[in-house]
Design a protein around this ligand. Structure first.
Ligand SMILES: [Zn+2]
Length: 250
């Protein structure tokens, strides 16, 4: 087996999708080829990293069965594509992980008959990660609060309080419309050095709670003001997020 063939098969090797013969051939090549082995190790790290970030929900048995059946139906058609050579793409894997997360989210929500605080926090964290991985961080790009605030007019059933905190070291970058926990929300984006803060805003509902909250290296801080919920999500320290909150509430 040559390098080109091996590269096309290493992601399937990682996913344990190869039959025994191909598995032995690819492993044999990796044993002899340092460059391909390094490519394999990089891919392994990236997959582990994505798995580490993504929240996991167990899919109901019926969903698992229907996906399995659909995959089997597709398998014949896919063989031609595989022969032509499929290349692993970070974006495709990230998108499929996010799809799995949002499917899991929807099913978890359906099964419980509503959302609870844990799910809300997972949803906030997932939206934050999705904005960092994907291309949809900003719908309106502006450091001017007088441009960003009116941009939301007519797009939401409430009006978020938009502030530029550049004087305090949290410059406004812009905003976007996001969808989480079953409703449309405003996401305001701020910078803190090279870090991103997503500030999610929507009207106060029953899901308010104590803050702060941390998971997987990300921190969430929550407050309420003027009938609106504010959730700030970032990888900066909790103390800095609280400083951000204090400036925002001034
Ligand atoms: Zn090679």
């Amino acid at each position: 087996m040559n390098c080109e063939s091996a590269r096309q098969l290493i992601d399937q090797l990682l996913d344990e999708e190869l039959d025994a013969g191909l598995r032995i051939e690819v492993r044999g090549h990796l044993a002899d080829c340092r460059a391909c082995l390094e490519a394999y190790a990089r891919l392994q790290d990236q997959k582990a990293e994505i798995q580490g970030y993504a929240p996991h929900y167990e899919a109901p048995a019926a969903l698992v069965a229907s996906i399995r059946a659909a995959v089997e139906r597709e398998a014949a058609g896919e063989k031609a594509a595989l022969a032509a050579g499929t290349k692993w793409r970070w974006a495709a894997v990230a998108a499929s992980v996010l799809l799995a997360v949002s499917l899991g989210w929807n099913f978890a929500t359906l099964r419980s008959g509503g959302i609870n605080r844990d799910m809300l926090e997972e949803s906030l964290l997932t939206s934050h990660l999705r904005s960092l991985i994907g291309t949809h961080l900003l719908d309106v790009v502006s450091t001017d609060q007088h441009t960003v605030k009116p941009w939301f007019n007519g797009k939401l059933d409430f009006s978020p309080d938009v502030r530029d905190l550049s004087g305090g070291g949290f410059p406004l970058a812009g905003g976007r419309i996001d969808y989480l926990a079953g409703r449309t929300v405003a996401a305001l984006v701020f910078h803190r050095r090279q870090h991103v803060i997503n500030l999610f805003v929507w009207p106060v509902d029953a899901l308010a709670g104590a803050s702060p909250w941390s998971r997987q290296g990300f921190n969430l801080v929550h407050w309420e003001s003027g009938g609106l919920n504010y959730w700030a999500v970032s990888d900066i320290p909790v103390s800095e997020l609280q400083q951000f909150q204090a400036l925002y509430e001034k």
